[in-house]
Structures are given as structure tokens and as C-alpha cells.
Write a protein that binds this ligand. Structure first.
Ligand SMILES: CSC[C@H]1O[C@H](OP(=O)(O)O)[C@H](O)[C@@H]1O
Ligand SMILES: Nc1ncnc2[nH]cnc12
Length: 291
């Protein structure tokens, strides 16, 4: 078996991971621009781990200014095979209270001001997003959360809004009527880009608030989010340790196929591909372009 390397993209309130052996912050260049920060590299529970704070240390990037392409590109360059996103989110369901974790299995992408693909003029590709997360990586998260006795739900739709403002009441009610479970601002296009880069991706969304639809909580503010998030950050870090423990020892092999997502996706004829674009794709699509 090839060694699996765990990438963690930490959201609001999660800006570092402790307890890594040989820990070092590594700055990585990307042809897609500047990533959010350097990446904390080390070993945790026998697994190589790379941790990237999505908003940068000190929380300097807003959901719309994050360079999602550079973030995924550098994680791929650092050898990641699997990406676990740990994110703050609002709840759209009564039964998902603050403190609850949701292993997301679907997204609705309502973002509109972001670069969403590594591909485009000069090299066009269309990957499937029917099943946007790796069920295999989700299994590891579920087992880890069970072992930690953290209240959680397997499955749920994460509504991705552009932000940075929180939703209006009408929007919140609309997303509830669509059956969405949680709402956040960041996991798209991240999940799409991870798929294009042939990385397994899973989201564990940590509920921090009831958004604004709930009769007892008529608005959400950052103070409320951060307070709950800090209370739960230890749980997030505990989960990372449990997933790291399992990544290279889990009995079942992945069957999600995420690591071959580009196999049937490239449509531009080889002779029509732009060499400059191909060069930028060296990390994310090297397997299919050079292989
Ligand atoms: C600080 S509240 C809003 C902010 O928190 C979430 O970020 P992340 O997914 O990186 O944890 C949410 O998506 C918003 O960006
Ligand atoms: N209610 C909410 N809406 C969007 N993003 C969030 N992140 C945390 N809570 C949120």
C-alpha cells in the first residue's frame, strides 16, 4: 500500500495542531498564487500530517479572498492523499445544536466570486461531483467521533454561501426548505478543487450557532461563533488525532475512486493543450498529464 498523507484544512478557530513529531512550518510556492499560510508539517500517530489554516494564522483571509486553488495545490505538492476539512458552521436544523459535529455528504454551492477550477482555456476537464466527499474518509471520521463520544451525525447537506455577511432570515428559511443541514462559507470550491486534484476530501462541520431562523436565536454574530468554536476546538483536534491513527491502518481499502477522478475528465485533445496551462497543472494533474 502506498503511504497515505493526511492534510487538514483548519477553519475558523483552528489555526494550529499540537503534538506533532518533527513539526515545522513549511512555505510552499504554487503556480496558482499565494496560499493562505505556510503549512505545518509533521507526524501524528504514525501518519504524516500537513496542516493548513484556511484563513491564515491570525485569520487574515475572508471566505471570498482565500486562494482555494493555491491551498489545494500546495497540499498536493506536499504529498497529501486525503484532506479533512474541519469547519465552523451554522445549523439549519433543530436537532443539530451548537457543539454537534456533522460529517457532511453533500453541498449546495451558492458562491459566485471565486475561482472554482484548475482547468479552463487550454486544458478543459469535467470531473464528477455527484458524490463530493470520500465515503471512505467519512468512515474514519465517524469511527473517530464514536470513539471520542462526540455527538455527531453522519450525512447532511452543507449550504455554501458567499458571505462574508451572514444570511438574511428569508435566505435561512429558503435553505431550510431545501433540506440543508448546515451553512458555511468555505467548503466550496475547496471540495471541487480537491476532486480535480484527485484527493480524497471529507468535511466535519462543527456547529457553532443556529444561524438566524431559530426562534430563540434571532441573529448570529462572530463572538457567539468563536465562543462555541473555542469550546469545541479541542474536540476538533482530538478528531484529527483519531483520523491520523486510522489513516494507514484501516482494514478496508478506499473504493470511492477520488484518486482517479481525472481518469475520464479531460476533454481537450492532447495536441490542442496549452503547454503553459499544462505546466501549472503539474502537481494537481501530473498523474494523467504525464503518466
Ligand atoms: C467566523 S464565522 C464565519 C466563518 O467561519 C466559517 O469558516 P470555516 O469554514 O473556515 O471554519 C464559515 O464558513 C465562515 O467563513
Ligand atoms: N450561521 C453561519 N452562517 C455562515 N457561516 C457560518 N459559520 C459559522 N456559523 C455560520
Amino acid at each position: 500500500m502506498t503511504e497515505r498523507v493526511l492534510g487538514i484544512i483548519g477553519g475558523s478557530g483552528l489555526y494550529a495542531i499540537d503534538g506533532l513529531e518533527d513539526a515545522e512550518w513549511v512555505s510552499v510556492d504554487s503556480p496558482w498564487g499565494k496560499p493562505s499560510d505556510a503549512v505545518l508539517c509533521g507526524v501524528l500517530n504514525g501518519t504524516k500530517l500537513r496542516f493548513l489554516p484556511r484563513h491564515g494564522r491570525g485569520h487574515v483571509q475572508s471566505p471570498s479572498s482565500i486562494n482555494y486553488r493555491a491551498n489545494i495545490d500546495v497540499m498536493k505538492r506536499l504529498g497529501c492523499t486525503d484532506i479533512l476539512s474541519i469547519s465552523a458552521c451554522g445549523s439549519l436544523k433543530e436537532e443539530l445544536p451548537p457543539g454537534h459535529f456533522v460529517i457532511v455528504d453533500q453541498f449546495i454551492d451558492r458562491t459566485f466570486a471565486r475561482e472554482k477550477s484548475f482547468f479552463g482555456p487550454g486544458c478543459v476537464a469535467h470531473v464528477s461531483m455527484a458524490h463530493p466527499v470520500s465515503s471512505w474518509l467519512g468512515d474514519l471520521c465517524e469511527d473517530g467521533l464514536k470513539s471520542l463520544a462526540i455527538p455527531h451525525t453522519r450525512g447532511g447537506t452543507y449550504m455554501v454561501m458567499e458571505g462574508p455577511q451572514f444570511s438574511s432570515l428569508a435566505e435561512s428559511e429558503l435553505y431550510r426548505s431545501w433540506g440543508c443541514s448546515v451553512i458555511g462559507m468555505t467548503n466550496m470550491p475547496e471540495a471541487k478543487l480537491a476532486r480535480e486534484a484527485e484527493l480524497r476530501y471529507a468535511t466535519v462541520a462543527m456547529v457553532t450557532d443556529y444561524d438566524c431562523w431559530h426562534p430563540d436565536h434571532d441573529h448570529v454574530d462572530v463572538e457567539m461563533v468563536i465562543k462555541t468554536l473555542l469550546e469545541n476546538a479541542d474536540h476538533g483536534r482530538d478528531l484529527v488525532r483519531e483520523v491520523a491513527k486510522r489513516l494507514n491502518t484501516w482494514a478496508a481499502e478506499p473504493t470511492c475512486g477520488c484518486d482517479r477522478a481525472l481518469q475520464m475528465a479531460l476533454i481537450t485533445a492532447p495536441e490542442a493543450r496549452d503547454p503553459a496551462v499544462m505546466a501549472k497543472l503539474d502537481a494537481v494533474a501530473g498523474r494523467v498529464l504525464n503518466g
